[in-house]
Design a protein around this ligand. Structure first.
Ligand code: BGC
Length: 340
């Protein structure tokens, strides 16, 4: 019996020594070689098509980065389901877990200050993306970044798709030949920086391009396919035979408008334009549901978000990796794609 006790005690001592050694290695590995980085990603809504695309691209970037650099990446992605309070708690958790950097697609862009206060206290760098905090907030700390697309540029590209089509053949837009192009408008969330600017500059570009416009009506469909489809359904019955063009702030709403045309068996070549170039949008373009879209480079978008977060996590100089405007902003490239 005494012998057994002795063996157990010896085994216990060996275990303790081993545990101590591996703990030391872990700590040393983290502090000296920085062989692992931990990044939290907070999404405003995981069911948004565009955000979903960015999410998979970000996960792809993390894998590619691990392969290229040998640095292990732990990336946790959370979904706030459209609730700012939920997102605030998710950020609190990221802070308490000691993440090295976080990427935030803030639910309410006017409420970013809460997240900024906490992350500043915790010295945790933040890469905001897609939903831009107000400039005043962005200026509060040098470790706040924003990655997005230039909304005016997007809108001018979208408007020009239609200007070109009109120049080539006015009757392809002015379907009833009354000298006016009658359009309806589907807009994104009213609080989103992209929605207002996209609408304003898309219409302005059409006007500047000499397209005679007549607005029938418009509505906010919050980037959402089914809301857009419901509006379009209503307009098709309120304004039968009048709609010639549908201008949409994103591809999902463009697809929603097309769903309504399909449901009502409308064969008239109404032209629908979107923005994003999501896989669904590009597929809609291929099958002729959408006439054109503005595609941002989704790979570049995710790569830049990731590179900033990774550089911050390793304590590297971000500017050496990514060329930033004003030391904190990055605008992704984009291009118009449309049926020729
Ligand atoms: C995209 C939309 C997306 C929204 C989410 C916009 O920039 O064009 O498709 O729903 O961002 O914030």
């Amino acid at each position: 019996m005494r012998k057994i006790h002795g063996i157990i005690a010896a085994a216990f001592v060996i275990l303790l020594i081993l545990a101590g050694v591996s703990y030391k290695n872990f700590k040393a590995g983290e502090a000296d070689d920085k062989k692992a980085i931990r990044i939290g990603v907070a999404l405003y809504r995981g069911d948004d098509s565009f955000i979903n695309m960015l999410r998979s691209n970000l996960e792809g970037q993390a894998k590619e980065y691990e392969k290229r650099t040998g640095v292990k990446v732990v990336m946790e992605v959370v979904d706030a389901k459209g609730n700012q309070n939920t997102q605030n708690s998710q950020v609190d958790r990221f802070i308490s877990l000691g993440y090295n950097a976080i990427c935030v697609n803030v639910v309410d862009r006017s409420m970013a200050s809460n997240i900024i206060n906490k992350t500043m206290d915790a010295k945790l760098p933040v890469v905001f993306f897609n939903r831009e905090p107000v400039e005043e907030d962005m200026r509060r700390w040098e470790k706040l970044y924003y990655v997005g697309v230039n909304a005016k540029e997007t809108a001018v590209l979208q408007g020009n798709i239609l200007v070109e089509a009109y120049k080539k053949d006015p009757a392809s837009l002015d379907l009833n030949g009354d000298g006016k192009v009658s359009y309806v408008l589907l807009e994104g969330e009213s609080s989103h920086q992209d929605a207002l600017i996209r609408t304003e500059w898309s219409i302005q570009t059409l006007k500047n391009g000499g397209v005679p416009l007549e607005k029938i009506t418009g509505a906010i469909a919050n980037w959402d396919r089914s809301q857009a489809s419901a509006w379009m359904e209503q307009w098709l019955s309120e304004y039968p035979d009048q709609i010639e063009v549908v201008i949409c702030n994103n591809d999902d709403m463009a697809l929603g408008a097309s769903d309504a045309l399909e449901r009502n068996n409308i064969k008239k070549p109404i032209k629908i334009v979107g923005i994003d170039g999501t896989p669904q949008g590009i597929e809609g373009l291929r099958t002729g549901k959408i006439f054109g879209t503005v595609q941002c480079d989704g790979e570049e978008y995710a790569k830049v978000i990731f590179e900033i977060a990774a550089a911050e996590s390793l304590g590297d100089n971000v500017q050496d990796k990514v060329a930033l405007r004003d030391g904190k902003y990055y605008d992704c490239s984009q291009r118009a794609v449309y049926q020729q």
